[in-house]
Design a protein around this ligand. Structure first.
Ligand code: SF4
Length: 192
């Protein structure tokens, strides 16, 4: 059974796959409690659904691209669920803070968004995303290198961009072009 907070259909607004129409499955719970968390729904109510029940809910949407998010999805071993969806020809992306990559080892795409920057993992993902505000200690990430795309994403409000942080991130990537700007397009478009 999976602890499902919500299932919705939208576009990916972040990172490499921005613009891809995607089915989002939000799981309950997280190992962290970040003060800037804009995914507060993961702390609320949830439904316990079987794999078949989730499939029934997602197959009403035309996309074959699923994004599992949270909360922190890797507090659960999701490999069986990912395999189940792949058997129905879905491609499965997962967004993680890096809690346990082995719980999502068969995902088609992994977005790693480390929240504490003292230790940053080097393997186990397809892109890295640092959520940055104008007050962030960006010195900690300046030396970070990866063969994967490294995104800087402004810490935005829950439902809209934070202009100050957006401006900070724009100037940051211009000064440090090993980073790429990820803006949370959905918040600029005003969609879920
Ligand atoms: S890791 Fe993500 S979901 Fe968990 S508390 Fe931090 S921002 Fe929220």
């Amino acid at each position: 059974m999976l602890k499902i907070v919500e299932i919705f259909y939208s576009i990916q607004g972040e990172g490499t796959q921005v613009g891809v129409p995607s089915i989002f499955i939000r799981l309950h719970g997280c190992n962290l409690a970040c003060n800037f968390c804009d995914e507060l729904l993961h702390k609320g109510e949830y439904a316990s659904l079987s794999f078949d029940e989730v499939l029934e809910r997602i197959k009403v949407f035309p996309s074959m691209h699923v994004i599992i998010t949270g909360g922190e999805p890797t507090i659960y071993n999701l490999n069986g669920f990912i395999e189940y969806l792949q058997a129905y020809m879905y491609s499965v992306a997962v967004e993680t803070n890096g809690y346990n990559f082995s719980n999502i080892s068969n995902a088609n795409w992994v977005t790693y968004s480390p929240k504490a920057w003292d230790v940053i993992e080097k393997y186990g993902y397809d892109e890295v995303k640092f959520v940055v505000s104008k007050d962030s200690d960006v010195e900690k990430i300046l030396a970070f290198k990866s063969y994967k795309p490294i995104f800087i994403q402004p810490q935005n409000e829950i439902d809209r961009p934070n202009k100050e942080n957006v401006n900070f991130c724009v100037e940051f990537v211009k000064a440090h072009p090993q980073f790429i700007l990820s803006v949370q397009l959905h918040k600029f478009l005003g969609v879920e």
